[in-house]
Design a protein around this ligand. Structure first.
Ligand SMILES: Cc1cc2nc3c(=O)[nH]c(=O)nc-3n(C[C@H](O)[C@H](O)[C@H](O)COP(=O)(O)OP(=O)(O)OC[C@H]3O[C@@H](n4cnc5c(N)ncnc54)[C@H](O)[C@@H]3O)c2cc1C
Length: 375
């Protein structure tokens, strides 16, 4: 089989798979190289499923809004697989006057960027979600936010891309990207050399190391996030939930279980040779927060916890960018813990960049060289 394709994608997470799908839809030949034995084993299968516009940096907000308006509502139909997308809004809750002040600040900034978010009082919040504790005194409310199932979304993009002819090779760790005649061209693994007219680097936090092999530095570090899942509960509420103090975030899934993410501050303590393992304190910290806001969940049993690495960009906004010094290379990394919600938009933009089409949105804020000192 040929090791050449018009586009080689490094990384089989939701970003790589979405880009592969949109490229295949345009008729491009694509090879996706994934170092693990299974696709989506990075943040893409481990995340909290938030498809959120509220709380986004104003540079990233247009990507989130574009996806919520144009891509998420029809994604299950388009990919012929239910990705469990719910657009039931986002409640960010507050229990004290200080919390309300924080929420008002967030709301003001979001409204100034063109998002429909409002402050609501306790009564209005309870009309939306009757299960809130008496302690809740107000919330910010974004009716168009939602959530989806990350594992199914990653799988759905993979399956559809594969049906359209994309070649996925797992267990294939990329070691190096090489130039030929001044252009990124070769992708080298232990077993083979792949050649592409365009190379998309979407390898999560490992993108930095790989970009370094071709002389480009992207300021990304890694951090661990943790999630827990409860046993299935009766259908209760399907809003995306969060709090002013970010004690936790989460939602109820189609299966009935609640998926909650949060932190204890001790996530880094249990680092195990790069394996993302959970800290024994984090789940209890998350639960303490949840029970104050949702006493109805006090008896829910936790069936599983897990951790996952995120690729934290220096300014917390992704790099989605061509690279002037290395024609043919496109970077897609640094999603900083909020790349799932914008994955359809990011995948679409990457496909447009790779074939030289005008992008659906202006992507100048995501340039790779924005960190350089201006002379
Ligand atoms: C616990 C947790 C909760 C989160 N919650 C949310 C949320 O609610 N909403 C939201 O929008 N986002 C959330 N995120 C962030 C989201 O998961 C990521 O931004 C998104 O999955 C990024 O996708 P990706 O494809 O870039 O990265 P990844 O899923 O990490 O994929 C990168 C892939 O590249 C592969 N790879 C790495 N190095 C190589 C190599 N050398 N050769 C070949 N392949 C390689 C990896 O194995 C991996 O499969 C969360 C993340 C975590 C960990």
């Amino acid at each position: 089989m040929s090791n050449h394709a018009e586009v080689i994608i490094i990384g089989g997470g939701v970003i790589g798979n979405a880009a592969a799908y949109y490229l295949a839809k345009k008729g491009c030949s694509v090879i996706v190289l994934e170092k693990e034995d299974s696709l989506g084993n990075g943040g893409s299968s481990r995340n909290g499923g938030g498809v959120r516009q509220s709380g986004r940096d104003k540079r990233e907000l247009p990507l989130a809004m574009y996806g919520v308006k144009n891509l998420w509502p029809t994604l299950s139909e388009e990919l012929e697989m239910d990705v469990e997308y719910y657009q039931k809004g986002n409640l960010r809750l507050g229990k004290t006057k200080e919390h309300i002040k924080i929420l008002e600040g967030l709301t003001e900034r979001a409204v100034a960027s063109g998002l429909d978010v409002t402050m609501i009082d306790d009564k209005q919040a309870r009309e939306i979600c009757p299960y809130l504790s008496e302690e809740v005194i107000g919330a910010s409310w974004c009716p168009t936010d939602g959530h989806a199932n990350p594992m199914l979304t990653t799988l759905a993009y993979y399956r559809k891309a594969r049906q359209l002819g994309v070649r996925f090779i797992t267990g294939e760790e990329v070691k190096e990207i090489r130039k030929i005649k001044g252009k990124a061209r070769q992708v080298v693994t232990a077993e083979a050399v792949y050649e592409g007219d365009t190379i998309i680097l979407a390898a999560g936090y490992e993108s930095r190391k790989l970009a370094g092999t071709i002389g480009i530095d992207v300021p990304i570090s890694k951090a661990l996030l943790e999630v827990l899942v409860t046993e299935a509960q009766p259908p209760m509420f399907y809003q995306m939930l969060g709090t002013a103090m970010a004690d936790f975030y989460g939602h109820q899934s189609t299966h009935g279980s609640f998926v909650f993410g949060g932190s204890s501050g001790f996530e880094d303590v249990n680092k195990d040779n790069g394996t993302p393992v959970t800290n024994s304190l984090t789940a209890s910290c998350i639960c303490r927060g949840i029970m104050k806001y949702f006493p109805c969940l006090s008896e829910a049993k936790i069936v599983r916890t897990w951790g996952g690495w995120i690729d934290v960009c220096a300014d917390h906004v992704p790099v989605i960018s061509q690279v002037e010094e290395v024609p043919g290379l496109i970077l897609a990394c640094g999603f900083t813990g909020h790349g799932f919600g914008i994955s359809p938009t990011a995948g679409l933009l990457l496909s447009q960049m790779a074939v030289g089409e005008e992008t659906a949105l202006n992507i100048k804020d995501f340039r790779y060289d924005r960190f350089q000192a201006k002379i």
